[in-house]
Write a protein that binds this ligand. Structure first.
Ligand code: SF4
Length: 483
C-alpha cells in the first residue's frame, strides 16, 4: 500500500547458477516482494551511469530524467539454498544490539488496486484462522533464540496486503501473540496498516485491545472519481467518516498515505486532498509520488487510454513542491522527506528505522527483513509456507549477504531520508571520507541547486528533496566506483 512496499526490479552481484528453476523463480519473487529489502536497487554499475545532474534547467523538474530507483542501496549476494537453514540458525543465535523493527506480512487484499504492484492473494485464498495460526507458529519457532530475546524491539509493523482483512478476533490474538513472544520496548510503536474500508468499530476495537497504537491508512486521494478509477471503493464521505472514527478513539496515532500524480489528479485536486487531510486533524501523512511500474495493470490501462493521463515527472515535481509548501505553511513537523506529523504523538519510527538499515525481524508469507548483515525473505507461496511451518522449519525463500559497505550506505540513506547529511559524522563513524571521494559530485549538485553545503553539513533543497533517492543512489554508486 505504501510507496516503499512496491516491488522493484533488482540486479545484484550474484551467481545464481546453483539454484534450480523453481527456487530461482521463488527467490526472485521473494526479493521483489521483500518489503523491507531497502538495500536492493536497480543499479547496474555500468561505467556510463549518470551521476551528475543536468545543468541550465530547473533542478526541481528536470535535474534527472526519472527516479533512478524506489529505494537506494547496493545489491547483495544470495546464500546457496543448501546452506540457508544453517546460516539462519547461526544468525538467530547472535544477539541484536541496536534499535530493531519487527515486520509481519499479511498478503491478502479485498481487491487489486490498479496502481499497486504488491497485490499477492485474494482474501479468499486462505482462512484468517489458518494464516494467523501459521504466523503464531512461525513466532514460536525462534522464540528462545538470542536474536529474538536479547534486545528490545522498538517498532512493529503489520503490513501487506491488508492486515485488517483478518477476522477481528484473529487480529487481536495476533497482536497479543507478538507482545508475548517478543521483547517489545515500553514505547514500542505498533502499527496496523489498513484501508479506509476496514476502519469499522470491530476492527478498531480489536486492534486497540491487541495493543496497536498506530493506524496507517491507505487513502491515496479523497477524490471519489479518481479512487474508483483505481479500484478503491470508498467515496469521500465514507473516507471522512471512517478516518474520524479512528481519530476519535484517541487511543492510537492515525496517519494516512496520499499519492500525487494519479491519473486525472490535477494540481487543484492535489491541493484539495492536502487541505482535506489537514482539516481532519489526523496525526500524520505520507505524500508519495505515483510510480507506474512497467507491465503493471495501471501502465496497461494508461497505455490503452482507459484512464485520464497521469502526471509527468516534471508535473509530479511541482505537486511535491506544493505539498511541501502546504505542510510547512500549516506548521506540521517534517519527519522525513515524505512524512509529516501534526504533533509529537506521531514518530514515524518504523519507516525511519528501515531507511537507516536497522535490523528487522520478519514473519509471514512474502515477508522480508534483515539481520546481522543479511537480507532474509520468506516464501510468498502460501502452500509451501504452511508446509514448512508444519514441519518445524522457517519458510525461507532466500538469504542475501549484504556488502561490507552496508553500514556506510545505511548512514547515507538514513541521512538523506531526513534531508541532511553530516560529512564529518560519516568520516568519524565509518573512517570513510565521503566528502573527498564524492567532491566532484557534491560540487556539481550544489552548483545546480540540489544541495547546499554549510561547513560539514549537506542540506537538500526542495529540488534535492524531490530527487533524494537519485542523490542517495548516485552517492552510493559513485563511492562504489571511486573508492
Ligand atoms: S489494498 Fe490495494 S494498495 Fe493495498 S496492498 Fe492490496 S492491492 Fe495494494
Amino acid at each position: 500500500m505504501k510507496e516503499n512496499s512496491k516491488p522493484r526490479e533488482i540486479s545484484h552481484e550474484s551467481d545464481e547458477s546453483a539454484l534450480d528453476k523453481e527456487n530461482q523463480a521463488e527467490n526472485k519473487n521473494a526479493q521483489n516482494l521483500g518489503k523491507l529489502d531497502l538495500m536492493t536497487s536497480q543499479m547496474t554499475h555500468k561505467e556510463d551511469r549518470t551521476f551528475f545532474a543536468k545543468e541550465n534547467v530547473n533542478p526541481l523538474t528536470h535535474a534527472f530524467d526519472k527516479k533512478s530507483t524506489v529505494h537506494a542501496g547496493l545489491g547483495g549476494k544470495p546464500v546457496d539454498p543448501s546452506r540457508m537453514a544453517a546460516v539462519w540458525d547461526e544468525l538467530m543465535e547472535i544477539p541484536r544490539n541496536q534499535q530493531t523493527a519487527l515486520y509481519v506480512h499479511i498478503p491478502f487484499c479485498r481487491n487489486h488496486c490498479l496502481y499497486c504492484g504488491f497485490y499477492l492473494n485474494p482474501v479468499t485464498a486462505m482462512s484468517s484462522k489458518i494464516y494467523t495460526d501459521a504466523l503464531i507458529r512461525e513466532m514460536a519457532l525462534d522464540v528462545d533464540k538470542k536474536a529474538n530475546t536479547q534486545y528490545p524491539i522498538h517498532a512493529v509493523y503489520l503490513g501487506g496486503g491488508t492486515p485488517t482483512v483478518l477476522d477481528p478476533w484473529d487480529l487481536k490474538r495476533l497482536l497479543k501473540a507478538i507482545r508475548s513472544f517478543f521483547p517489545l520496548a515500553n514505547d514500542c510503536e505498533i502499527t496496523v496498516e489498513t484501508t479506509v474500508f476496514d476502519l469499522n468499530e470491530e476492527i478498531l476495537s480489536s486492534a486497540l485491545e491487541g495493543g496497536a497504537n498506530r493506524f496507517s491508512v491507505g487513502v491515496q486521494t479523497f477524490d471519489t472519481t479518481i479512487r474508483k478509477n483505481l479500484g478503491r471503493t470508498c467515496d469521500t464521505d465514507a473516507i471522512i467518516k471512517n478516518l474520524i472514527r479512528a481519530r476519535d478513539t484517541d487511543n492510537a496515532v492515525t496517519v494516512i498515505d496520499l499519492i500525487y500524480g494519479l491519473p486525472g489528479q490535477t494540481m487543484s485536486v492535489w491541493g484539495k486532498d492536502i487541505e482535506l487531510f489537514q482539516s481532519l486533524e489526523l496525526d500524520g501523512v505520507d505524500l508519495y509520488q505515483l510510480n507506474t511500474f512497467k507491465g503493471s495493470p495501471l501502465e496497461k490501462a494508461l497505455n490503452k487510454g482507459r484512464l485520464p493521463p497521469a502526471a509527468t515527472i516534471p508535473q509530479q515535481a511541482l505537486m511535491f513542491k506544493r505539498g511541501v509548501s502546504m505542510m510547512s505553511n500549516a506548521h506540521y513537523g517534517r519527519l522525513s522527506m515524505s512524512h509529516w506529523g501534526r504533533e509529537t504523538r506521531e514518530r514515524n519510527l518504523y519507516n525511519l528505522l528501515m531507511k537507516k538499515g536497522a535490523p528487522c525481524l520478519s514473519l509471514g508469507s512474502g515477508a522480508g527483513g534483515s539481520l546481522h548483515g543479511y537480507g532474509c525473505f520468506t516464501t510468498n507461496r502460501l502452500a509451501p509456507y504452511l508446509t514448512a511451518l508444519e514441519t518445524g522449519n522457517k519458510p525461507l525463500a532466500a538469504l542475501m549477504a549484504y556488502p561490507e559497505q552496508r553500514p556506510v550506505i545505511n548512514s547515507i540513506t538514513g541521512a538523506l531520508e531526513v534531508g541532511h547529511l553530516n560529512l564529518s559524522g560519516i568520516k568519524q563513524k565509518h573512517q570513510f571520507d565521503l566528502a573527498r571521494v564524492c567532491a566532484p559530485l557534491l560540487e556539481q549538485w550544489e552548483k545546480v541547486g540540489l544541495i547546499r553545503q554549510k561547513g560539514d553539513w549537506i542540506d537538500l533543497t526542495v529540488a534535492g528533496q524531490f530527487w533524494q533517492v537519485n542523490l542517495a543512489q548516485a552517492l552510493i554508486d559513485y563511492c562504489h566506483k571511486n573508492s
